[in-house]
Design a protein around this ligand. Structure first.
Ligand code: NI
Length: 165
């Protein structure tokens, strides 16, 4: 739950940078990586991070995004570009269209009343959740994982240290 726009802005900026790092590590070939045929591919998860920001428009925010119906791009660079655009557009919309009073306003989501400040918090956690899923698929696809909240296996090795288990 955010009660101050500035608190959201600084946390969103940091978290979106992490998500950008993860997305920027994707290659076109890796997008089809999947755990099983019943589960989402790496490309579907990556695109879900773009489209899920789009849904914040249902809270009354107005910003340019993507068409929800649009087919999932087969190009990692398009997904990266769209994420860069939409995460900045969301931030700008919150900063220019909402006051702290708006953060306390509620919308019904899935039969529950959600304060906008709680929806913003959920959006950050939701991205972190899917990034976690993505990094597993990224390892399986043979990609190098960027640092997220701390060093990775590869960055420990780069520092000449034994990776923590
Ligand atoms: Ni999701």
């Amino acid at each position: 739950m955010f009660i101050k726009i500035d608190d959201f802005a600084s946390e969103w900026t940091k978290e979106a940078q992490i998500t950008e790092r993860v997305l920027n590590a994707l290659t076109d070939e890796s997008l089809t990586q999947t755990m099983t045929s019943q589960h989402r591919t790496l490309g579907q998860l990556a695109w879900h991070l773009v489209v899920s920001i789009q849904y914040m428009q249902s809270l009354g925010l107005q910003f340019t995004g993507v068409h929800i119906e649009q087919a999932i791009p087969a190009s990692a660079s398009i997904i990266q570009q769209r994420y860069r655009e939409i995460n900045r557009a969301l931030l700008e919309a919150v900063q220019s269209q909402w006051t702290e009073e708006d953060l306390r306003m509620t919308h019904e989501i899935g039969g529950e009343l959600w304060e906008n400040g709680a929806s913003l918090r959920f959006t950050i956690l939701h991205q972190a959740h899917h990034r976690g899923q993505m990094t597993v698929l990224m390892r399986q696809a043979g990609l190098r994982i960027p640092e997220i909240y701390g060093p990775t296996y590869e960055s420990w090795l780069d520092k000449g240290m034994d990776p923590l288990i």
